[in-house]
Ligand binder design. Sequence first.
Ligand SMILES: Nc1nc2c(ncn2[C@@H]2O[C@H](COP(=O)(O)OP(=O)(O)O)[C@@H](O)[C@H]2O)c(=O)[nH]1
Ligand SMILES: [Mg+2]
Length: 222
Amino acid sequence: MKNLTLVIPAKNEEYSLPEVLKELKNFNLKIIVIIENSDIETFNAIKSFDIEIIYQSGRGYGDAIIEGINNVKTNYLCIFNADGSFDPKYLKQMLDICENKLDFVFASRYLIGGGSDDDTFLTKLGNYIFTKIGNIFFLIKITDILYNYLLGKTNSFKKLNLISKDFCLCVELPIKANRNNMNFTDIPSYERRRIAGVKKVNEFKDGLKILFYMIKSFFKII
Ligand SMILES: Nc1nc2c(ncn2[C@@H]2O[C@H](COP(=O)(O)OP(=O)(O)O)[C@@H](O)[C@H]2O)c(=O)[nH]1
Ligand SMILES: [Mg+2]
């Protein structure tokens, strides 16, 4: 998969990310990891791997992904997590489905054949609600709006002009893809438990931010 780059935002992932990178060694693809410059532990844990490490100039999950996307040189890229929850066995299938036909392929935990060992009651509920809002108010035909495990054409990602520095990026992306009449689909995917460390998403704070983002976006204030 020489034409694919993984964009991996990472924050305090010194225990998980080396395991993730070891697993990815068999896949023959390019990897960009984006970290804050204060995150010395993660840097030290991954500096011996054959990857590109970028220090983000801003802060936040979305900010890291945007900086990563801007540095991709291959035709395809995939947003990938540093915590071990994304299974790379889906990458080839996602690339095959996407190549020459679609702008994006989203992985979904909620299609038959998918699932999760990492979902809590709250994240599952939140995801259900936000996915439904996406389906009903934005006519987005995907089944797992917050997972943000997606592969697509690098040019299509760049065309979206993403601006969210935080977890709102997860909804900004499909909303803008739909508004730009881009073509996408989703496939079932199983989410594994994170290897170590703690989740960075705060169900309430980030959930509210995402809700406000969707309301503003619906009324085209953003
Ligand atoms: N660079 C950077 N990475 C982040 C930030 N917040 C989360 N991440 C990374 O984004 C990915 C998803 O975050 P995670 O805590 O696992 O949230 P989840 O989506 O609920 O599983 C992980 O690889 C995190 O290390 C951030 O502020 N900056
Ligand atoms: Mg995670």
